[in-house]
Design a protein around this ligand. Structure first.
Ligand SMILES: Cc1cc2nc3c(=O)[nH]c(=O)nc-3n(C[C@H](O)[C@H](O)[C@H](O)COP(=O)(O)OP(=O)(O)OC[C@H]3O[C@@H](n4cnc5c(N)ncnc54)[C@H](O)[C@@H]3O)c2cc1C
Length: 292
């Protein structure tokens, strides 16, 4: 079945090449599918061989452990990478990057999703994380989600307007998101571009974009801001080997060079303990961890 895959199949592929943190051990079997049929072949192979499957989009929210990932890793960035526009709706494949989607929509005078600008993500990863900012989340725009069940059959989920989140969706365990429909709004290109410029400037001023990171490490606890709690716990700039709590944004951990997943986990453990001790609040990770 692996032989039927027309995309790429690699063995012992270092996942540090595929994560924004530049950290992660090897994937036993690494598949870059070319199309939906390739994803089906990979899922059926994993099912037959009783192997676990992990999906990676752009790897921008992932901590891959140092000993790597057993089983099959499907990397969707670059696959299913087309977006089409019909009226005020976009039909986007799971591998389309948010930046390309926003840019292509803008060229067709379609906006609304500018609140997602500057978030490094594939559409699949953005859906899985309900990526966004306090100005809006991708779920606000979703009118349909398409996915493959672990047996390769096609699934569709149609949420009521503005209600989509991954937790309302409840896809069967092991499903792979393959695309979605998004409701956009007619807006002149010039206005969209101006908006994008302001948002990117703001992001650049507040986030350590020049360094390897995985975005916010922690969810904001109810009514609180994780970055503020971490800063008040005296951890801004705290370093363990190559891993550092960013001095620009305390909810980011950056890889200053040579950091391991172990270093990141050690910083996360320290942060959790300190914030618990200072504020009696338990931080929940936003970052997703996979591997051993
Ligand atoms: C510098 C920087 C800034 C960031 N700023 C923001 C921000 O402002 N707002 C924000 O929300 N996030 C932000 N992030 C985090 C990150 O961009 C988002 O979480 C994004 O949604 C991750 O998308 P991805 O394609 O890289 O997903 P990945 O990191 O590859 O995967 C994330 C999760 O989604 C799952 N997944 C991915 N694709 C699929 C699929 N097709 N089917 C099923 N599951 C899938 C993975 O298994 C994993 O559990 C930032 C990250 C960085 C590095």
């Amino acid at each position: 079945m692996l032989g039927e895959i027309r995309g790429e199949v690699r063995f012992k592929e270092p996942l540090s090449f595929h994560t924004s943190l530049r950290i992660g051990g090897p994937a036993d079997i690494f598949v870059v599918p070319q199309d939906v049929d390739d994803i089906r072949h990979a899922l059926l192979f994993a099912d037959r061989e009783q192997l676990p499957v992990a999906v990676i989009g752009g790897g921008n929210n992932l901590l891959v452990k140092d000993r790597g990932v057993r089983g099959v890793v499907l990397r969707l960035e670059g696959c299913l990478g087309r977006a089409e526009f019909h009226g005020e709706e976009a039909l986007a494949g799971a591998g389309v990057s948010l930046s390309a989607l926003i840019r292509e929509a803008a060229a067709a005078n379609l906006g609304g999703i500018e609140c997602l600008v500057g978030i490094p993500a594939t559409v699949g990863g953005a859906l899985a994380m309900n990526a966004g900012t306090p100005d809006g989340w991708i779920g606000d725009f979703v009118s349909a989600v398409y996915f493959l069940h672990p047996d390769g059959s096609l699934g569709e989920f149609k949420p009521a307007t503005g209600t989509f989140t991954f937790s309302t969706f409840h896809p069967p365990a092991g499903s792979v998101l393959i695309g979605c429909r998004l409701r956009l709004t007619r807006r002149p290109l010039g206005e969209i571009q101006k908006d994008i410029k302001v948002r990117l400037k703001q992001k650049k001023a507040t986030q350590p974009l020049a360094l390897a990171s995985a975005g916010c490490v922690w969810k904001n606890p109810q009514g609180e801001v994780a970055a503020r709690l971490i800063e008040k716990s005296g951890l801004k700039g705290k370093r363990i080997n190559g891993a550092e709590i960013s001095s620009k944004h305390a909810n980011f951990i950056v890889n200053r060079g040579g950091a391991t997943a172990g270093d990141i986990v050690a910083l996360m453990d320290l942060t959790r303990e300190r914030v618990q001790a200072h504020f009696g609040l338990t931080l929940e990770p936003e970052i997703r961890s996979i591997g051993e």
